[in-house]
Design a binder for this molecule. Sequence first.
Ligand code: ADP
Ligand code: G6P
Length: 483
Amino acid sequence: MSKTIIISNRLPVQLQISDGGLTATPSVGGLATGMKSVHSGGESLWIGWSGLTDEETPKALEADIDKALEKHGCAKVGLTEKDIEGFYFGFSNRTIWPLFHYFLEYSEFELEFWNIYKAVNQKFADAIIEKSEEGDTIWVHDYQLMLVPQMVREKRPNTSIGFFLHIPFPSYEIFRTLPWREELLGGLLGADLIGFHTYDYERHFLSSVRRLLGLEVSFNDVYLDHRTIKVDSFPMGIDYKKFKDAAVSNQKNTNEKRSDLQIKLDNHKASAPDTKLILSIDRLDYSKGIAKRINAYEYFLNKYPEYKEKVRLIILAVPSRSNVPQYQLLKKEIDELVGRINGELSTVNWTPIWYFYRSLPFENLIDLYTSSDIAWLTPLRDGMNLVAKEYIATRIDKTGVLILSEMAGSAYEMNEALLINPNNFEQQADTLKKAITMPREEQVARNMFLQNRLERYNVEVWANEFMNALNRKSEGENPNISQ
Ligand code: ADP
Ligand code: G6P
């Protein structure tokens, strides 16, 4: 029977070797958390990197690694330390990531990174060819693997290939600065269907295709040789039910079952019932605007000093890409900012910021979502931002206020949130005040709309719409292929 092959750099689980044995931890990030829900149906094979380099993998453990991944419906692509340096920490995260998030000044154009990126994309394409059969549907994900569609197409000209980009596609003016821009577009155009989170990213891509490759583009079709490539936007949803159910069971937890974090949050509420908890959760990434958010918080406390001791900002920052210099600098900047503000403003009864730099288990994430009065998410650029959607899904009594950056893809679908420009401190200070004082009925009215939309357009619907569009495309072109 034909199956769907999902390919991404990061698998839904990451393997580590500890005390000679293997442990698997869930991956953090929108791609992994979103696709995990799609994959758990059991009818797909997910190919990606295990989290261990070839050098870290003792021969004796190889069979165990394959078995551990198989349990999750996954198979690995082996990568060396040099691959990871040049492909992951290099071209993916020092060239493409900053460029596509409009941080042109952080983007490094290194030929060595590009060469390794090409070689590693070929490794992924080879793994697909090895592990798939004619008739399988191939779904490639994200900016780390943009050359893979064309590499697979060369070996399997009739295979149905989809590609989805989980980050923004930048405007032509930004994209054209990349030395290898034509090659990247050519790689993507190996797919039959190319998906983006928003209409804007889709238009940016088509504009680059037209202007850099001179190809004919009609509406959202690209004509290349004898093929037509469909380009469309599919805003990714979340596993709404999973978050809602988790929030319900979180509320039912009796004293013995509550996590330590929940106990701390409950105690906080009991001892300071008038204090509002403001939550932010992100990977520690410069695109998320964490440092600016902390500065904006200080601005707010200075503009509205009556809220000192009446609010608390919780920052959960998940360690991410820590070999990349910009991430190390950002970590230092945030540590210093939090230290300075807490040092200057704390009182005997109050710490303005609680800062956690770690990954937390799913249950604790739910503890934070359900206990916070406000979620404040201020990316400077973000392909989607699923945290915004997850926060709303867990608000079972429909209270809670979402303050969300207009620069996040999710802002396009979340008009009932309080949308802000993360560079505008004045606006954010006023919006925080509005959120703190928003009447309960208004919170409920706004969240009702948001929740209905999230429930309807959940991650399963998102994946089905993408796959249906891909299947329609393949059937239209080759009516003999049975899906
Ligand atoms: P990005 O993909 O850029 O990291 P998103 O907001 O789209 O941003 O996705 C982040 C995902 O990672 C969410 O699904 C969220 O639940 C998960 N996540 C974020 N922080 C943590 C954490 N501390 N522990 C576990 N999962 C987390
Ligand atoms: C974003 C990207 C994903 C990536 C995730 C986590 O969501 O779109 O491709 O997996 O961030 O980043 P990491 O570098 O840890 O895989």
